[in-house]
Design a protein around this ligand. Sequence first.
Ligand code: ATP
Length: 224
Amino acid sequence: MDYEGVDVDLDGVPVLRDVGFRSDARRIAVVGANGSGKSTFVRTLNGLVRPSAGRARVLGLDPVADGAAVRRHVGFVFSNPDVQLILPTVGEDLALSLRGQGLSKAEIAERVERALEDIGLAGRRDESAYALSGGQKQLLALAGVLIRRPGLVVADEPTAFLDAANARRIADRLLEQDERAVVIVTHDPALARRCDVAIRFDGGRLVDEGEPGRVVADYLAALP
Ligand SMILES: Nc1ncnc2c1ncn2[C@@H]1O[C@H](COP(=O)(O)OP(=O)(O)OP(=O)(O)O)[C@@H](O)[C@H]1O
């Protein structure tokens, strides 16, 4: 990731100012107070939000100019899984994620089975996705992103609504793969500390970056 002097205005309001950050770290945590600009920043990573100034590169690509390519390589997990689940059954929803990838029916079925096992929902392929618990829906939404094997996963507060066991399960799934990079917005200090680097936003500016334990400790110490 390579950002230089990035500004973002939303509806005429300055939301991010002069964001500069360069890192090859595989796991990046994004911390900061409510309204500090974290979500806006991560939405620039796949072109959901367009900078009004500056230069942004993700996986060597410009998220706006190369939007289609970036979206093929960058998966996005939201904290509210309801915005991500589309088709009625668990299996159909996962299979939809694989459409357009040139896979055979057998390959899709196999990957869906494996993804379900991975999130502890094996055998529930034909059940209604809407009847799952909040935590299970979150796991399913995450599986729907991971099943495409993106090079970078961006997760915006992925554990916000989860109990401790499901929060750990989501964190494990996100962090465990060596070949996949992740950027995780989180208010959970323990999750941030499991990343390789943390960055902190304050008032729309990136004000700190470094070893997550230190960045989180300084952030917590600065709270009013
Ligand atoms: N469409 C918009 N128009 C104007 N201002 C906006 C818009 N979207 C967000 N903002 C403002 O931008 C600021 C940063 O919002 P953002 O959602 O990026 O913060 P955040 O750090 O992710 O917050 P939280 O932890 O509460 O999710 C906030 O003050 C918010 O009110």
